[in-house]
Design a protein around this ligand. Sequence first.
Ligand SMILES: [Cu+2]
Length: 265
Amino acid sequence: MAAVWSVAMCVIAPAHKWWLTENWSTMGGEVDWLFNMILAITGVTFVLVNIVLLSALWKFGSDGTPRKAQFFHGNHKLEVIWTAVPAMILVFIAIVQWGTWLKIKRPADFPEEVKKAYDEKRPFAEILAGQFEWRITYPEKPGDAGPAGKLGGRADVHVLNNLHVVRHRPILLHLRSRDVLHSFYLPNFRIKQDAVPGMTIPVWFEAMVETPMEPGKDYKVFDLMCAELCGWGHYKMKGALVVHETQESFDAWLSAAKKAEEATQ
Ligand SMILES: [Cu+2]
């Protein structure tokens, strides 16, 4: 029953969009394709295993005559097959996903703008994960190559939990953790990256969010969450990703955030 239910849901869920959230990032299409490809492999395997299981139950089920069960130890041929086939499938997946993985993870394959920011250590923003919040720091002029473009200056802008970005612009984030493992997760942008204490991990994405934005607004809000159980307050690490329609809209927000921060000091 559980097997039939699982297979039925795999067929019904995508049609109702209960499956993956809407994708708004440039790399999302490739990630989804890989996800679906792996799902197809595991799905077919799941169905085959259940067919074998049911037919074995049927074939070797009791015919009403009580007798002892028979056991045998080891079957070389069978063991070679069930080791070699999964190994080949894993190698196949490793090869197929290689290009996408490089595009997302390897600095040399980042888009030009992101690569430059990475080389110059000038991220658009830095995200410091901690129990239980996201501390986000913007250099005064995010991504700028000017002297104010580096983090750690007096002009930095600090915000909590809400990451603001501009659409159609590939951005670089520096991800860190101040205590335990967290996982920076933007479901609509297919980004899920562990934040590891002691490491600064580059994360990039480009928000391909199209108009209309939210009614009457020049931005659109998406989920930002922690995808790693990091302690009792893990649930509190729900933030937001705010995608601005234009650079002007973003700049206006940043100046307002800076003023608000100065007012509290
Ligand atoms: Cu967390």
